[in-house]
Design a protein around this ligand. Structure first.
Ligand SMILES: [Zn+2]
Ligand SMILES: [Zn+2]
Length: 419
């Protein structure tokens, strides 16, 4: 038997209801802010990710699904969404149409150790905004994210955490200071941090291991070393958030895994999975468009993982769809009459689940009950002879015999009394 590849899974029909619900909520909320959907290809030239995400990043070095196609080009399955959106922005000359607001949803691929909520094919919904440079855009984007979670109904207490990562002007001197501090504390750090300290001292700040956490508390923080422009941007952001009435926490230890972020970084975390976990993460990446060869354009965005959202959805938010009418057909002639009746009901906009297998009246009525359809239509020998159909309201067992040509009207009036 052939099974799925490790770390990927089928999303079964009964789960899809939840996925559709989350996707529809995202489409509705994001449209309310002027965002429109962009669909980029699932695979791109590997070079795009090397340049956008960073050739030495873990994602590009260890986690990408890369392959040579038959023409010899090195291609990769996308490990995240932003790089492709930026490429699309440049390729389609969207700098002429600023601000450009887009959202995307779909599968991403990373070769990671599979665990609960983390798959090798995983799904993200994200938004990107190109053009606006000021903190007003950052604040509105955060308001949109929080509105999405409120409308979707995500369990637990949500916290909006913000930080500033500075810009090349202020981050480089800060990095030197931080590295000096960490060098003095080196023996206290975990092995992983000792190794990556010189290459990326900022990542030590968000290490989850305990000795590093204590060191990070005492380390110099970016926010105290911002240049005047970055400091203004951050105070502008908090002022806008205050005016919007959005509560937030400043988390000086939040850094982003990807190099392209600058100034605003943010995460939405929840306490619903035990420890505090991020359900959305994003930030500003003003330098990325130019880095990939476009005309320099400020931008900000965020992404969230659907697998985790599915786990966090409040109970009762999603109702599985059921057919309006379940059609029981006993006997060969009844099947002919019944199938035409089902088509007429569907033409009238009603959903009908037919019993396509043979079976006694009793067996078919059992299946009708399992289908949860509120109305069962029954066609057997007598109904065929009399050109009628029996409708049964499943809630109270009431039955009516109705002439075939009056079937659509009868179901409509039944639905009215049911609702
Ligand atoms: Zn700065
Ligand atoms: Zn560490």
């Amino acid at each position: 038997m052939i099974k799925t590849v490790r770390g990927v899974h089928d999303i079964l029909p009964e789960e899809m209801t939840t996925w559709h619900y989350l996707e529809a909520t995202a489409r509705r909320v994001f449209s309310g802010y002027g965002y429109r959907e962009l669909r980029t290809p699932i695979f791109e030239k590997s070079e795009l990710f090397a340049r956008a995400v960073g050739a030495t990043s873990d994602i590009v070095e260890k986690e990408m699904y890369s392959f040579a196609d038959r023409g010899g080009d090195s291609l990769s399955l996308r490990p995240e969404g932003t790089a492709s959106v930026v490429r699309a922005f440049i390729n389609n000359s969207m700098h002429r149409l600023l601000p450009w607001r887009v959202f995307y949803m779909g599968p991403m691929f990373r070769y990671e150790r599979p665990q609960k909520g983390r798959q090798r094919q995983f799904h993200q919904i994200g938004c990107e905004l190109f053009g606006p440079e000021g903190p007003l855009a950052d604040a509105e984007l955060m308001a949109m994210v929080m509105r999405f979670f409120a409308e979707a109904g995500v369990a637990g207490n949500l916290t909006l955490e913000i930080n500033s990562l500075g810009c090349p002007v202020c981050r480089d001197p800060y990095r030197v200071q931080l590295l000096a501090f960490l060098t003095a504390e080196q023996e206290r750090l975990c092995g992983n941090c000792q190794n990556r300290m010189a290459r990326n001292p900022l990542r030590v700040l968000d290490c989850k291991k305990e000795p590093c956490g204590e060191v990070a508390q005492r380390a110099p923080h970016m926010r105290d070393h911002l240049c005047p422009v970055c400091a203004d941007h951050f105070s502008g952001l908090t002022a806008h958030l205050d005016r919007l009435g959005l509560s937030y926490q400043i988390n000086p230890r939040m850094v982003r895994g990807l190099d392209y972020y600058n100034r605003t970084a943010f995460e939405v975390t929840t306490d619903a999975l035990g420890s505090q976990n991020a359900v959305a993460a994003g930030g500003r990446y003003d330098g990325l468009v130019a880095e990939i060869g476009g005309q320099s354009t400020p931008a900000i965005g965020f992404a969230m993982g659907l697998e985790r959202l599915v786990l966090l959805l409040e109970e009762g938010r999603v109702v599985d769809p059921v057919a309006t009418v379940y059609l029981v057909m006993v006997g060969e002639e009844a099947q002919g009459v019944g199938l035409s009746l089902a088509e007429r009901l569907r033409s009238a906009g009603l959903s009908v689940e037919t019993n396509l297998a043979e079976g006694s009246m009793k067996a078919q009525m059992k299946r009708a009950g399992r289908s949860k359809a509120p109305i069962t239509a029954i066609v057997a020998d007598r109904e065929v002879t009399e050109k009628t159909v029996v409708f049964k309201q499943m809630a109270d067992g009431t039955q009516h015999t109705v002439a075939l040509e009056g079937a659509v009207d009868h179901v409509r009036s039944l639905l009215q009394t049911l609702s």
